[in-house]
Ligand binder design. Structure first.
Ligand SMILES: [Zn+2]
Length: 197
């Protein structure tokens, strides 16, 4: 089973953990998990009617505050404090993630201090990826630099079955579906206009 990379690391096991950590970090960084049916939060300035309730928005804000605190933590001890807050905010069956991060707070803090850690204000997704890859390595007893390197250098062919390629394909499909529906709607509108002329 599974392709083996350098040093006998099972890249599929690493990918599995990357996906798990990515999902949990994504949940607090963005407030939702991609592929979920909950609509993305409203964008400030856009006057679209928000499908989010006030209560949902409050939860979203709390999650994002947590992520910001995690990213801004200045010591491993602060990371641990945030992990405790994180644990209280989520269902019991997800408690594994903040607990594990609390245990690995020093490694996590080292990742954040690494010069390769994405620091630009808008690099939230890159930060989620970096930290998820690092934590995936920790799960298999690898140094974070090793697991980040292995996952970054992985070759993704057209038929790659990894979770990222799978997600990207599904996203592209729904985008095409959405565009198709939009074009159809436009066409129907122009048909109606022709009729009323
Ligand atoms: Zn892939």
């Amino acid at each position: 089973m599974g392709r083996r990379g350098p040093h006998g690391t099972d890249i599929w096991k690493l990918l599995m953990w990357e996906q798990q950590w990515y999902r949990e970090f994504e949940r607090i960084a963005f407030g939702y998990v991609s592929g979920m049916t909950v609509p993305p939060p409203p964008i400030r300035g856009l006057k679209l009617k928000s499908p989010w309730t006030v209560k949902q928005l409050r939860v979203l804000q709390r999650r994002q505050n947590l992520w910001n605190a995690l990213i801004r933590a200045r010591t491993a001890r602060q990371v641990r404090v945030v992990c405790k807050r994180w644990g209280k905010l989520i269902p019991k069956d997800l408690a594994f993630f903040p607990q594990r991060l609390e245990e690995d707070a020093s490694d996590f803090f080292a990742m954040k201090k690494d010069k390769a850690f994405p620091r630009a204000r808008y690099s939230n997704e890159a930060r989620v990826t970096f930290l998820a890859r690092g934590m995936a390595g920790a799960m298999l007893g690898l140094r974070y630099t090793t697991s980040i390197g292995l996952l970054r250098k992985m070759k993704h062919g057209v038929k790659c079955e990894c979770w990222r390629c799978d997600r990207d394909r599904r996203e592209a499909e729904s985008e095409a579906h959405f565009q198709g529906a939009f074009l159809m709607e436009q066409e129907l509108k122009s048909l109606k206009k022709e009729k009323t002329r």
